[in-house]
Write a protein that binds this ligand. Structure first.
Ligand code: TYC
Length: 128
């Protein structure tokens, strides 16, 4: 049985509901007036995810700086600041993305670290 066919479609990206025409009583100024009332917006913005790098004792600082530059599109100065923050605080945010993009960043960083023999850890976390 195909359960998909019986489910009502869920469309978070559907357009906003059109305004509702509301007929107002005669205001005495001659002629009816029609006011378009706005319906409250139903769609919520998508949940966003921050991608976080974790500190460890073995991954070289230079490797972390290059990872932040390459995968998070930061210039060298910004990447160095983020790396030092991670080194000092234990973790640091490298960027905020949709769920799929965040998961891809985690996979890319984890694979680059593994290929180079470093234990660097990268995770994503929902924000707000
Ligand atoms: N603590 C590491 C060192 O001293 C550097 C480092 C920084 C490692 C950030 C991981 O996410 C990290 N070599």
């Amino acid at each position: 049985m195909n359960s998909m066919a019986t489910k009502s479609p869920k469309s978070p990206s559907s357009p906003a509901q059109p305004p509702v025409p509301a007929v107002r009583p005669d205001n005495g100024a001659g002629g009816d007036s029609v006011v378009l009332e706005r319906r409250p917006q139903k769609t919520k913005p998508p949940q966003m995810y921050q991608v976080v790098l974790l500190n460890d004792d073995y991954t070289p600082m230079e490797f972390v700086v290059v990872v932040i530059q390459e995968f998070f599109n930061k210039d060298r100065e910004t990447a160095t600041q983020i790396m030092l923050k991670i080194h000092l605080d234990g973790k640091g945010v490298c960027g905020v993305f949709s769920k799929d993009v965040a998961a891809t960043k985690v996979d890319q960083v984890t694979e680059a670290a593994r290929k180079n023999g470093h234990p660097l850890q990268c995770v994503s976390e929902p924000i707000e």
